[in-house]
Design a protein around this ligand. Structure first.
Ligand code: 15L
Length: 272
């Protein structure tokens, strides 16, 4: 059986934990890279842990040995100081892409974010939803770094023949944390299915895809997902009655990025 060896950067983070919350699969192995050890990784026979940062080029290159595919999640995940954003999210992504190219990696999944598109509102969405590859409208330095990461991946795909999927992730948590994120929730099962589709299906050289579930309140297109053979199954609606109605109502003028559109640029936010 062909062995796939997937390097997951940022494997100890929110999305990394969700992606690895599954039993081992025959023929698949993982290299889990993060600044801290992913919980439970030591109990897995199918995973090797590498401790360190995506900004450490020597470390990333050695972690890349034998890797066939990359899921690049490792980044600052909310607004932060400009220098830190550039160092971790921009330089870090370039380091991982460079090492992936040199290792002959075939598939590269990049964790982009809804904050690359944070200033769109439901009023901007045509019938069928806001297209997956609508031009970026970042809401923060963080969102801008995700736009830059998408474009860096496109560059490497076009130059070097890598196949890449940039996933504009909505709100990927076991359950929505606030009512305002019902529209963009990406369930754990759908997150795993999306990344599986990006790694296993026949895909274009480079594609941008929304990372959201089949939410009743969604105003995001599902076309990009369909193109890579991803069918979202979950719906955040079952959580709706947990939150006050004024929080869950889809207001045509409320931006996708919600409060990120108003935070001071360059001021570190707390995660969550
Ligand atoms: C993101 O991009 C963040 O990484 C995550 O922590 C959440 O804030 C999410 O977006 C969201 O918009 O809910």
């Amino acid at each position: 059986m062909t062995e796939r060896v997937v390097l997951i950067t940022g494997a100890a983070g929110q999305v990394g934990r969700i992606l690895m919350d599954r039993p081992p699969r025959p023929g698949w192995r993982y290299v889990l890279l993060d600044v801290v050890a992913p919980e439970g990784a030591d109990r897995r026979d199918d995973a090797t842990v590498v401790i360190g940062s995506v900004t450490d080029e020597v470390l990333v290159r050695s972690a890349m040995a034998g890797v066939t595919d990359v899921v690049h999640l490792g980044a600052l995940s909310v607004e932060d100081e400009w220098q830190r954003i550039v160092q971790v999210n921009i330089d870090g992504t370039r380091i991982v892409l460079d090492a992936a190219r040199d290792a002959g990696v075939g598939r590269f999944v990049f964790a982009s974010s809804n904050h690359a598109m944070g200033f769109y509102t439901p009023a901007d969405a045509p019938a069928g939803g806001l297209p997956d590859d609508a031009p970026a409208r970042a809401d923060t330095y963080y969102g801008w770094s995700k736009v830059a990461g998408e474009e860096l991946l496109r560059l490497y795909c076009e130059r070097y023949g890598m196949r890449g999927v940039a996933v504009r992730i909505g709100h990927c948590f076991p359950e929505p944390l606030t009512g305002s994120r019902l529209a963009v929730w990406l369930s754990p099962a759908d997150a795993r299915a999306l990344v599986d589709a990006a790694l296993e299906n026949d895909i274009d050289a480079f594609q941008i895809v929304w990372g959201a579930s089949a939410n009743t309140r969604s105003w995001l297109s599902r076309e990009g997902g369909r193109r890579i053979g991803f069918i979202a199954r979950d719906d955040s609606e079952r959580f709706a009655d947990r939150f006050p109605p004024e929080q869950t109502r889809v207001d045509p003028t409320t931006p996708l990025g919600a409060h990120f559109t108003g935070v001071p640029l360059g001021e570190p936010m707390r995660t969550r």
